[in-house]
Ligand binder design. Structure first.
Ligand code: NAP
Length: 210
């Protein structure tokens, strides 16, 4: 599939590299593709991943991944241009800069706000509850980390489920997009445990079922 990633930080580069390893055509959307920084990025990510502007990355792709800090989300979506009809995977968490709380929640969520900004996009909230180390390797012994996701478009969720399975995750569809109101606080709890309580970032959430 053609995957355009808005943001080439920890999450954007790990997901991009891993999907490219699986044979997908990945473009990382960056602010200045001609910069030395962007060239160095290409060299470090490898696997045929390309860079372009956010508009180029989104325009060339059927799947767009939002992987910028929450404070840049609206700006990045504006730069990407129209996303109508495309699957938009929202990885963001609206976490305060000091990591001590969410900027919004309870009656809305980043996922719902993203859907309002990206008119017509088929938004799936996913990859927000796992840390970057888990995205690089979701296997813990014989157990797979959960990939919690939600959204209102069943076909889009099936595509994201398959993309998660390819990376080794255990996808878990939690329902409609407004359930991002629950998934984002889950991510906040993970961040608090990892960085405030000092557990470290190499742990993941999983689902046990019988
Ligand atoms: N890190 C994690 O473990 C983790 C896990 C789950 C979800 N998330 C969420 O995923 C998102 C990305 O996190 P991250 O850890 O990858 O962040 P990061 O390492 O700080 O990278 C953010 C990237 O976004 C780019 N960016 C910022 N504003 C931009 C704009 N307006 N246009 C284009 N690019 C822009 C930055 O580019 P510049 O270098 O040019 O500023 C940088 O490459 C966040 O919302 C975070 O809450 C993170």
């Amino acid at each position: 599939m053609k995957i355009g990633i808005l943001g080439a930080g920890r999450i954007g580069t790990i997901l991009g590299r891993r999907w490219a390893e699986q044979g997908h055509a990945v473009i990382l959307g960056v602010r200045d593709p001609a910069s030395e920084q962007a060239q160095a990025l290409l060299d470090s990510v490898g696997h045929g991943v390309r860079t372009g502007t956010l508009e180029q990355a989104a325009g060339a792709s059927e799947i767009v991944v939002l992987a910028v800090p929450w404070s840049s989300a609206h700006d990045a979506l504006r730069s990407a241009g129209t996303l109508a009809g495309k699957i938009l995977i929202d990885c963001t968490n609206p976490i305060a800069d000091d990591l001590r709380g969410l900027a919004l929640g309870h009656v809305t969520s980043a996922g719902e706000q993203v859907a309002a900004w990206a008119e017509g996009a088929r938004v799936v909230k996913a990859f927000n509850t796992a840390g970057s180390k888990t995205m690089a390797d979701p296997l813990f012994g014989g157990r797979r980390a959960a990939l919690f996701l939600c959204g209102n478009d069943a076909a889009a969720k099936r595509v994201v489920t398959a993309l998660g399975q390819e990376l080794g995750f255990d996808p878990c569809d939690t329902g409609p997009l407004y359930h991002a109101r629950y998934l984002e606080p889950m991510a906040m709890l993970w961040v608090d445990m990892a960085y405030i309580q000092g557990r470290g970032s190499d742990f993941a959430l999983a689902v046990l079922q019988r």
